[in-house]
Design a protein around this ligand. Sequence first.
Ligand code: IMP
Ligand code: MG
Length: 183
Amino acid sequence: MAKPSLGPVLFSQKQIASRVYTLGCQITDDYRKMTFGAGQVTLVGVMKGSIMFLADLAREIELDVQIELVRAESYHGFASTGTVAFSGLAHLNLTGRHVLVVEDIIDSGLTVQQLLPHLQHTQPASLAVCTLLGGYRTSLGALQPDYVGFQLTEKAFVVGYGLDYNNQYRNLPDIRILKDAEE
Ligand code: IMP
Ligand code: MG
């Protein structure tokens, strides 16, 4: 397999910042209503891919925000291994909290589908999902997140703004397509 090279910018730093601002406003409004003015939300970031999005989104939410982190690993290169290993769940106490899972990309939905029961187990007051990107398979009817930054309508492997290929490219400010992803 050829070493993948960076393809075109799909979402620029500026487009991302603007969309994250809008999502933050929407989440602020929704959770203010849901908590009858108390205005709180606990963001559960799924590492490592969501870290940039989590950091930016948290600062656009004008509520009492708490941050928790879990780690999920399923990908090797371009493909999901089919099993998801989680860490950081053992000491997570979300009882009575309004929990919003923050993901980088939801594609098949496998990661989130396996994570949600663990979080539900701690009896949160509410549980919802926010993803920066809806993957191509999400557009075909896989799990529907509550908040989606951008929806991918074509099959593409993307990197940057936290998203990686074998732990590379996370620090790119834009989201770009990685070439040769189909091999
Ligand atoms: P799912 O389990 O198929 O929904 O995939 C979700 C996880 O796979 C994400 O949290 C990412 O870590 C990884 N992933 C899926 N598609 C991509 C991609 O295009 N680029 C980088 N990571 C991806
Ligand atoms: Mg991930």
